[in-house]
Design a protein around this ligand. Sequence first.
Ligand code: FA5
Length: 347
Amino acid sequence: MSQDWERGWLELSVSALDVVSRVETLEAVEAARVEYLGRERGRLTALLRGLKDLPLEQKKVYGPQANALKDAIEKSLESRKRALEAKALEAGLASSRVDLTLPAPPWPRGRRHPVSETMNEMTSILGRLGFSLAEGPQVETDRNNFEGLNVPADHPARDLQDTFYLKDLPLLLRTHTSPVQIRHMEANKPPIRIMAPGRVFRHEAVDASHSAVFHQVEGLYIDKNVSMADLKGTLSVFIRGLFGPKAAIRFRPSFFPFVEPGAEVDVRCLLCAGEGCPACKRSGWMEMLGAGLVHPNVLRFCGIDPEVWSGYAFGVGVERIALLRYGVPDIRMLYENDLRVLEKLAP
Ligand code: FA5
């Protein structure tokens, strides 16, 4: 028994390391590991298991040697494995057609939609003029959207043609951002200077300058002795901030039940330089916003004394501004989300 062991040991101690150091493939490394160190049938494993049957003297001599051989084989297998893996990687790189020195292909970057860009620009200008942000829900009550704004029950704006009402509920999709005025004035005391950007909804026929879903930015300023001149000054700065110092604007008297006097502001159409085109309905001017001095009835409705306080309000159409800024001839192009169009608008 002891002689068989010694013969096996002699053979292994001479050949094992030599065999391992010469394996040429990763599969051969694994095969050599199983042959010498495999838990079930490994040759060295068997010898180590047989150590216990050797006479004490031999055990003392061979025990440490056999364990040292086991360590040496493990190390040699590991280093062969690493060397072969590195070689495979190198060969793979050499044969692949990837040129790592080439610049990376362009990475398509996302960007904001032109309507969002425009809205951000508008709120940024108003922010610099001292307006702070206010918000209201898109689903509103008749009270906030109409009644509080001095819109009588028989006013055409309440017509089913214009307003989306919610089925079986006393609610509607807000037709403008003006209800935020009511919410804010009821919850805050003057002086007030807010802007309220948001989405609005109207049951209207869609054309080059009208959409059924669009955006507005509302402005509201309540203080003492606020006049039409303050409104005009603010809106001139605002419009010129958006279109540059040479933008031509005009104020037209207009009627909104919640202001007195009321006005509409048009900007000379930049698409046709005032010549007339489908976007401006061939008038050379594009209506941008409604505005006026807040009606005393509205102030009273919100618990603000119109004898003490006065103010102005305005509501601007964001898409109309975007059409002019980006030179888009039709509002529908902003919503079709054709990437070829959007990429041209905001390169
Ligand atoms: C209003 O909505 C008033 N709430 C504005 C206002 C606020 C007046 C405060 C006085 C005081 P109007 O319906 O005109 O007004 O809409 C305001 C702006 O929204 C218009 O000037 C226009 O720029 C834009 N707009 C109106 N309808 C549409 C539509 N269907 N599609 C795109 N933009 C529109």
